[in-house]
Ligand binder design. Structure first.
Ligand SMILES: NC(=O)c1ccc[n+]([C@@H]2O[C@H](COP(=O)([O-])OP(=O)(O)OC[C@H]3O[C@@H](n4cnc5c(N)ncnc54)[C@H](OP(=O)(O)O)[C@@H]3O)[C@@H](O)[C@H]2O)c1
Length: 380
């Protein structure tokens, strides 16, 4: 039995994690649940899973949640301290990071320092401070378990292989909703961008998938997680989204990870590692597919992908700056305040104004994040 803290339990990854717990009630037990503002969904989850601790980050949204949880014998916390309380709870064996954005950084660090294995879907902290997180996890011998489907695929393909035998890592992308769009991208609405052809996900990552910023962030994430230069991380468009990742070895052999487009697969693998568990997910029908397609991404039409490489090349604080600028731009686009095509322009502008600190400490990364957010907000 593994005891879990789920940070971001009301979101897409969080709900999929809870579905896994329902399928395997003798393998996993929920000890902590965390959300931002979604009080009612969090309460229903608490009623069903009876954790020790519940955290709602936004105290102003809590209303009568605390007394209602008290009746169930559940401790209630809020704010940044609440996130850390959940991710370091003494009764947990693993903390699952299913939150969105850089806000996950502090509770991930806290979990690692409390020697709690961390399963990370929350890619923004891995982009922002991946090198520091990986170094700290190694130093303290704390397992860092990737949940992002491509990185889970890479992790599985790399198992048992020496690093020096790896030539390159390949991440695939479905291409998003605008892969085949003819003509200009001006006039794309949030509603159109939220219609992803393959994956059902939260709004921020869905917008990132439409701009291909998600793949740019994933290149940095892979470089940090697997300690390989971003130039040796390639992106291929694979519209069927069945092959999630490949590893090319120095002898020319390739190992690929295949699976249905359901995040329960990588989440369950991270939770059950080093074991594998049976489940009731649909089987992969390869014969029914008949064809796999691959193509190179169109970097001109999707400049955000190249920004990911540029940020990784610049190194130091630059990935944190790109991530923060993009969080602001994606949010502004979702609110209807900026156009789809200004997302890469704004991200690039913020990056161009940043003076990189080459070997940043955590404090430098937090300051770079904060500066980039302020500057991105100030752009008209
Ligand atoms: N969805 C996918 O299939 C997928 C695949 C790969 C990677 N990822 C990554 O996984 C992360 C989560 O994605 P998602 O699609 O699940 O997002 P989502 O559906 O938008 O859910 C986000 C979750 O985080 C919570 N949250 C947001 N800000 C918070 C804060 N300040 N404090 C505490 N909780 C907070 C939200 O709570 P409320 O409900 O209260 O807002 C919600 O539970 C992202 O980093 C994404 O890039 C997602």
């Amino acid at each position: 039995m593994k005891n879990l803290a789920i940070l971001g339990s009301t979101g897409s990854i969080g709900e999929n994690t809870l579905r896994i717990v329902r399928t395997h009630p003798t393998k996993f037990r929920v000890r902590a649940l965390v959300a931002n503002t979604n009080r009612e969904k969090l309460y229903l989850q608490a009623k069903e899973f009876r954790p020790d601790l519940v955290c709602l980050y936004d105290a102003n949204a809590a209303e009568d949640l605390e007394p209602r949880l008290k009746k169930l014998g559940i401790r209630f916390v809020t704010g940044a301290d609440g996130l850390v309380a959940a991710s370091t709870l003494s009764s947990i064996d693993i903390a699952i990071f299913a939150m969105v954005g850089a806000v996950g950084l502090a509770p991930i660090f806290a979990a690692i320092r409390a020697r709690k294995p961390v399963a990370i879907a929350n890619k923004e902290p891995l982009v922002m401070a991946g090198e520091l997180l990986v170094r700290e996890a190694k130093r303290l011998k704390v397992p860092l378990l990737p949940v992002d489907s491509e990185h889970s695929g890479l992790w599985q393909c790399l198992e048992g292989h020496k690093k020096k035998t790896v030539k390159k890592l390949i991440l695939t992308s479905s291409g998003g909703p605008f892969r085949k769009r003819r003509g200009s991208f001006t006039g794309i609405t949030p509603r159109q961008a939220l219609r992803h052809p393959k994956w059902k996900m939260g709004p921020k990552i869905t917008i990132d998938s439409a701009t291909l910023m998600n793949k740019g962030l994933e290149v940095i994430e892979a470089a940090n997680l697997f300690e390989i230069p971003a130039e040796r991380v390639e992106v291929l468009i694979h519209p069927e989204a069945i092959i999630h990742a490949l590893v090319e070895f120095v002898d020319g052999s390739h190992l690929a990870h295949l699976g249905i487009t359901d995040m329960r697969l990588p989440i369950q693998y991270a939770l059950s590692f080093p074991n594998r568990l049976e489940n009731h997910l649909p089987e992969l029908d390869l014969a029914g597919l008949r064809e796999f397609h691959f193509e190179r991404p169109d970097k001109k039409r999707f400049p955000c992908l190249e920004l990911g490489y540029a940020a990784s090349r610049a190194g130091g604080t630059m990935p944190a700056v790109l991530n923060a600028a993009n969080e602001v731009a994606a949010e502004a686009f979702l609110r209807g305040n900026i156009s789809f095509t200004s997302i890469p322009k704004r991200n690039e502008k913020v990056m161009s104004r940043h003076r990189v600190i080459a070997k940043p400490r955590l404090r430098d990364l937090i300051e770079a994040d904060s500066w980039a957010r302020d500057y991105a907000e100030s752009l008209r």
